[in-house]
Design a protein around this ligand. Sequence first.
Ligand SMILES: CC(=O)SCCNC(=O)CCNC(=O)[C@H](O)C(C)(C)COP(=O)(O)OP(=O)(O)OC[C@H]1O[C@@H](n2cnc3c(N)ncnc32)[C@H](O)[C@@H]1OP(=O)(O)O
Ligand SMILES: O=C([O-])CC(=O)C(=O)O
Length: 373
Amino acid sequence: MAKVLSGAGLRGQVAGKTALSTVGKSGSGLTYRGYDVKDLAENCEFEEVAYLILKGKLPTQDELATYKTQLKGMRGLPQALKDVLERIPADAHPMDVLRTGCSMLGNLEGEHSFDMQQQVADRMLAAFPSIICYWYRFSHDGVRVDVETDDNSIGAHFLHLLHGKKPSELHERVMHVSLILYAEHEFNASTFTARVCASTLSDMHSCITGAIGSLRGPLHGGANEAAMEMIERFTSADHAEQEMMGMLERKEKIMGFGHAIYSESDPRNAIIKLWSEKLAADVGDTVLYPVSVRCEEVMWREKKLFCNADFFHASAYHFMGIPTKLFTPIFVMSRLTGWAAHVMEQRADNRIIRPSAEYVGEELRSVTPIASR
Ligand SMILES: CC(=O)SCCNC(=O)CCNC(=O)[C@H](O)C(C)(C)COP(=O)(O)OP(=O)(O)OC[C@H]1O[C@@H](n2cnc3c(N)ncnc32)[C@H](O)[C@@H]1OP(=O)(O)O
Ligand SMILES: O=C([O-])CC(=O)C(=O)O
């Protein structure tokens, strides 16, 4: 059954054109520049997909090697940015840290001309894991990490900085898959934020800073953290079922379920679920994965609501030892590619985005002098 795409929230309204992705249109559900996300997640590294999204085609072996070398060389952070990160308290939300980090980078290395847009996007792609881990390790462990690692991928760079050691092959592969799944999703709220900002001919850092703010909310990217906070309260699958039934009765919103566009499933879920299962076996988990599966069963049985991309990401990240509050920043490290490509697409065929509002306020009236009010 197709989802009714109308009503509030601009649902179902075409707000522009894109050649970047299709959501819920083709049989496969999600495509990036014509490639099925499942195909990409099975056969590619994240850097190949970033190249596809940002530069328009899948790279050759040589192009990929050059791109990865280029990104590796851009991992360092200017001292002024490190100084700012060191002043942000440990109890700040990491999404706020990234928002500030991105904005500060824009002050230090601004996009002075749109000719710089590719280079600016690549720089952010390389620097965001450094920003988040530099702050996290300094504020939590008192360590000033050397962010210029020689890791072969963005995911490995992130895990290495976070844990102080190179990740296993399994963890590096899961990071590739996760970053691929989160990379691009048409006119979702954060991407639309970036495009609105781009439509004023603003700079890339402003567009991305705004998008980070939109992604932070629990109805969007923040749902993976909210899902984790929920599932870790459940001690068994039966306990999960009992609690979920109560939440549904109380008409509470359950994070990690439902979608604005998809009607029956989110194609990213089956992929990350499989990796979560592998990671559960790897760490010998007997609680969190069965709890997650039961949540999925209950929500479908009771409400015909399905897991979106965020739900099984929660357990997968947890099994890799990633602290919950860093879940949504990983989403940023990936979606940055989609945001930046949408900014470029908007700029290439721009008209300022300025919709109209239906006025529901007072009729015209005159001002009563202040002494008589
Ligand atoms: C990567 C991502 O950003 S994916 C989305 C991540 N967000 C979440 O997981 C948050 C939880 N989910 C939600 O809040 C919603 O499903 C959204 C924001 C994703 C989509 O919102 P909408 O398009 O407005 O949802 P939709 O129109 O399908 O809702 C239909 C009904 O199902 C309910 N519903 C939808 N999702 C949920 C949920 N997760 N838990 C409980 N009820 C839900 C709605 O409240 C609505 O009920 P109503 O008609 O009585 O008001
Ligand atoms: O498309 C949406 O509304 C939300 C989403 O799944 C995403 O941004 O990945």
